[in-house]
Design a protein around this ligand. Structure first.
Ligand code: SF4
Ligand code: SF4
Length: 468
């Protein structure tokens, strides 16, 4: 058969995933990247320009899709309307999901008893992530979170894992999109300016329902600010995760032990809800050393049924945040809203210290909660019925527990290393719950300064009748 009569390829756009491998394979430059999104798939199929095509079939050989490129001779009735033949007849059984198998479950393995370790917060987080089964970490170094990433870079190659020092935070978050989309537990360590850069990708991950854990050790801002501790990303984490209808669980540890425990929980929550989770620490916590007890078991992760994984069972899967039809996007947002409502109902967490009979309630999280606890103790010694309400989830805010305490509370004091973002979350939660707030005072420091126990105590005792 001469080259001129060899059949040429044609494209079934709904099966083309736009990988562009055929373009590289074609010796005659007959294929170009597409310019239009296919509304059925949300992908951009290539375009064929076959004037110079010699029918060599190299593009067919390069195409990983069984039905993407085919030869004209396979087409039934070239002149008439094309009807796709039964793929099973052409290529054998089509790869379909095996729903009976569903998720491959996690495997828990017992850990031997050991003495507590003495760890700084970033290391505790890294070890928690490893025990949760995380073997894929992507990041760009930024103080004060870098040590966690450094530890991962040293350990992961020994565990058949991967640490990628990305070219930027934007690259790192998109690597997480890919790894999380493949169903792999993945994470990044970052700090405030780096977190800002990641937010577009976080929105994509939320839209596409991709799990991933973001450890943000907050530092002073705005702008480059400094590398000292602040709590000035509360607004970003709770209200500003990129564009669109976005929310993620925001966990706020206050000790190195919680850095480890909440890192493990963060992976479970990310996969339970198919959503990113933010572990929001502050720069002081990252550097703080403390006694850390390891859990009784570690996790060998399974594989969710939805993962874009390279085997037959998962071949049908597609991860995308695009829905061009208005009705489809509205449906998707309603689905996300149902998920956010389920999270709000089920995942509120708080530590209440001496709150049962509290009349003056201190609200604080992260490192400032430690000073606040000391101030509450001293206030109690001075006859003031003080209590500490420490949210462990900032989103969802633990309003249900707060609502139970509020009837006895005369006054609230919000303690934070920041300009008032925690107080904003508190006021918003009270407002949504239709709870009229009592007078709210605050102790705020910023620029890397933390509220001191004496300052908090002075504010607690002000306006109170103190027993001498
Ligand atoms: S058959 Fe050969 S020449 Fe024609 S488009 Fe494919 S690779 Fe290019
Ligand atoms: S190789 Fe196949 S799937 Fe990839 S762009 Fe070309 S036709 Fe599409």
């Amino acid at each position: 058969m001469s080259a001129s009569v060899r059949p040429k390829p044609y494209l079934e756009p709904q099966y083309c995933k736009g990988c562009l491998r055929c373009i590289e394979a074609c010796p005659r430059d007959c294929i170009t990247p597409g310019s239009a999104i296919n509304p059925a798939t949300g992908l951009v199929p290539v375009e064929l320009h076959l004037e110079n095509c010699n029918g060599c079939t190299l593009c067919l050989q390069a195409c990983p899709e069984p039905y993407g490129l085919r030869l004209e001779t396979d087409r039934a009735g070239l002149e008439g309307e094309f009807v796709l033949e039964d793929p099973a007849k052409l290529f054998g059984e089509k790869c379909v999901p095996n729903h009976s198998e569903g998720d491959l479950p996690d495997d828990r393995r017992a850990l031997p008893d050991c003495e507590p370790l003495v760890l700084k917060g970033t290391y505790a987080t890294a070890i928690g992530a490893l025990l949760a089964g995380c073997r894929h970490v992507f990041g760009y170094p930024i103080t004060p979170s870098t040590e966690g990433a450094e530890l991962m870079a040293r350990i992961l190659p020994k565990l058949n894992g991967h640490f990628v020092h990305a070219v930027s935070e934007v690259a790192a978050v998109n690597m997480m999109y890919g790894a999380g989309g493949a169903g792999l537990p993945c994470m990044t360590f970052t700090s405030s300016p780096g977190f800002s850069l990641m937010l577009e990708g976080v929105s994509y991950m939320i839209g596409a329902e991709v799990p991933g854990v973001f450890v943000n050790m907050m530092r002073g801002g705005p702008g480059l600010g400094n590398i000292a501790p602040e709590q000035t990303d509360i607004k970003l984490a709770c209200r500003g995760l990129g564009h669109g209808n976005t929310h993620a669980i925001v966990l706020t540890p206050s000790t190195p032990q919680e850095m480890l425990d909440l890192a493990i929980d963060a992976f479970a929550l990310a996969f339970r809800y198919r959503n990113p989770v933010i572990l929001l620490g502050d720069g002081y916590l990252g550097q703080m050393t403390g006694k850390v007890r390891l859990p009784a078991s570690m996790i060998r992760p399974g594989l969710p049924a939805w993962a874009v994984w390279g085997d037959r069972a998962h071949r049908h899967n597609l991860i995308s945040s695009i829905a061009l039809a208005e009705a489809d996007l509205e449906d998707h947002n309603e689905h996300l809203n149902r998920k956010y409502a389920a999270i709000t109902a089920c995942e509120q967490r708080v530590d209440c210290y001496r709150c049962r009979d509290a009349e003056v309630l201190v609200v604080a999280c992260n490192t400032p909660a430690r000073m606040a606890k000391g101030a509450v103790e001293t206030a109690r010694e001075n006859g003031v019925k003080a209590g500490l309400f420490r949210p462990i989830t900032l989103w969802p805010f633990p309003i249900d527990a707060l609502a139970e305490i509020m009837p006895g509370v005369r006054r609230i004091v919000v303690v934070e290393a920041g300009p008032g973002q925690l107080e904003d979350e508190l006021r918003l939660a009270l407002s949504h719950a239709n709870i009229a707030p009592p007078p709210i005072d605050h102790v705020r420091r910023c620029g890397g300064n933390l509220p001191a126990q004496d300052e908090i105590l002075a504010t607690l005792l002000a306006r109170e009748e103190v027993l001498s």
